[in-house]
Design a protein around this ligand. Sequence first.
Ligand code: 9D3
Length: 243
Amino acid sequence: MRIDILTIFPEMFQSPLNYSILKRAQEAGIVDIVLTNIRDFATDNYKKVDDKPYGGGPGMVMMPQPVFDCFEYVKKLSPQKGRVILLTPQGQKFNQAKAVELSKEERLILIAGRYEGFDERIRIALDAEQISIGDYVLSGGELAAMIIVDAVVRLLSGALGDENSAKDDSFSTSLLEYPQYTRPEVFRGMKVPDILLSGNHGKIAQWRRDQALERTKKSRPDLLEKNMNVSKTKKGDNNGKRN
Ligand code: 9D3
């Protein structure tokens, strides 16, 4: 996969892209991530990329010309068409299903904005879809772009040890994870549950299912609602255990 990112702050991406899975995926040639600075396409002496909104109001708006020119330059860097995504608070909310969908594309072109938003003609002319990462206010689209890149790249085949990937995706969006423990058996007086030390794999698997379900009911009941159709365990059935 090729991912182009258009931003006025390409340096912001250096740290997240150069650790762990994202770093290894790039080194392995699984993904090619290319940053292009929108400000390089500004034409005036001040390298201006924002301007006042027509009609008045607070803040500034991303000017169309630098973004258009940057986009046209980036598009020609590779022959693949690419799916064009504007990061904006007005977009569809990002989730794991969207990550899976995007991971099937051969090219993504992500455009991160600053200020109050983009001149509307950018969205229209680029035929871009808009994505938000959630209902809170960020200072710009860069962190949102990084989150999408992280969620998408780890799904690309070979990016993870492939043992994890398959099981993870079918399950992690429907139920929360069960509690995990590692050594030592007793830490500061807190003991690992006996069942995990029992060696009884059937009992352990049952305990983990129960725990995952209880946790989900307690902190994310919305996940159970959403997955009632697909989950094997119906809502309200906590396998005979109290909450
Ligand atoms: C008062 C109107 N604000 C809209 C909620 C203006 C505004 C605030 C912050 C416009 C843009 C921004 C910057 N945010 C993003 O660019 C952004 C974002 C976000 O703020 N939340 C969740 N997802 C995203 S994706 C891009």
